[in-house]
Ligand binder design. Sequence first.
Ligand SMILES: *Cc1c(COP(=O)(O)O)cnc(C)c1O
Length: 422
Amino acid sequence: MRSIELLESNVRSYSRSFPAIFSRARGSIMLTDDGRQLVDFLSGAGALNYGHNNHQIKAAITEYLASDAVVHGLDMATPAKLEFMETFCSVILRKLDLQYRFQFTGPTGANAVEAALKLSRKLTGRQNIISFTRGYHGMSLGAIAASGNRFYRTASGASLSGATFMPYDGYFGPAVDTADYLRTTLMDESSGVDRPAAILVETVQGEGGINVASKQWLHSICTIAKDVGALLIVDDIQMGCGRTGDFFSFEFAALSPDIIIMSKSLSGYGLPLSMLLMREELDAWQPGEHSGTFRGNNLALVSATAALNIYWRSPIFSQGVKRMGEIMRRRLEAVASGYGNGFAVRGRGMVLGFDCGATEIAELTTRNAFSKGLVVERCGPDDQVVKFLPALTMDDETLNRGLEIFEDSLAETMKRARMAVS
Ligand SMILES: *Cc1c(COP(=O)(O)O)cnc(C)c1O
């Protein structure tokens, strides 16, 4: 058999960070074909919040497949789709007193981002989108245009227009309220910034380095959007579906965004499924005006419904996520303070970032971790932040084992760094 290196494009990336052949996975454990067992703190970059091959969710889709129910039907009506929307309304939206219409887009997060931007522009007749420094919204041209990362922007090979970047919460340190800056700029008829169709925001920036927006800042952004007649779009692709403790990442701030974008863990099983939730009066689409072959794939809708029924009918799951998030935070903060002032811990719920302050330290640490049995990736503008994204269904023992491997790996890195200095 020829190797991945010969067959697959140079563009491949995770197979470089994690050089192994992964053959099977269950829950938070991944198995390689040479018999290694690894703890997974990557969770498909947030697409596997309920773990790999979650057996309860799997039961629902194997039953669906066995019954010859419709798997692909473009966007035809099916019982699976109706049941998903009804379940989502009753399990998630009703208790938050929110009402939205569902739009299923093509299967990737970027597809849903494009649809949200398109709808905002259509509704307002404006073109500009306010997005934020270090934001990440996907790889299609409209989504890259609203994403900060220079590496991705350059690779697009096109002139990226239609977005104005504003400083995210904390971008200039704690002393500067960047929401004030945004308000002043948008209210000033001579600021040079066009009135926006939408403000597009992540409540915690995932790829951007686990930067956490405060409740107060999010409230201000929400009010500014209203005052300038722009739609507030929350990109909850990575931070939604329980990652921060609640189903939506903005629940702690009691926001009601005009549009919510969901993908990644929405299907609950790693199957591709993306959607927009839009306030009813914003549903300005003409029939078929935005389309796609794979919208609302029924198998993914069935697994998504199962995930809602299994995990979100009672508050117990959400409480567990918050509790485990605290375990992670306390332990990582203790590790950071043990080394003095060089490291910082950020995050909310079960998404934590350990900022190493230097690319090499983070890189060596994640590489050590992989050789010791932990899959964990990096994020941030210089890939200097170790990003902890364990499955929300993880048991305490596996969680602690993963954290221990990280601690050992960091200790090894620091020992080597000290040796290099002396
Ligand atoms: C992953 C991600 C996207 C893009 O989703 P794809 O499925 O990769 O297109 C957009 N926004 C955020 C916040 C993401 O984390």
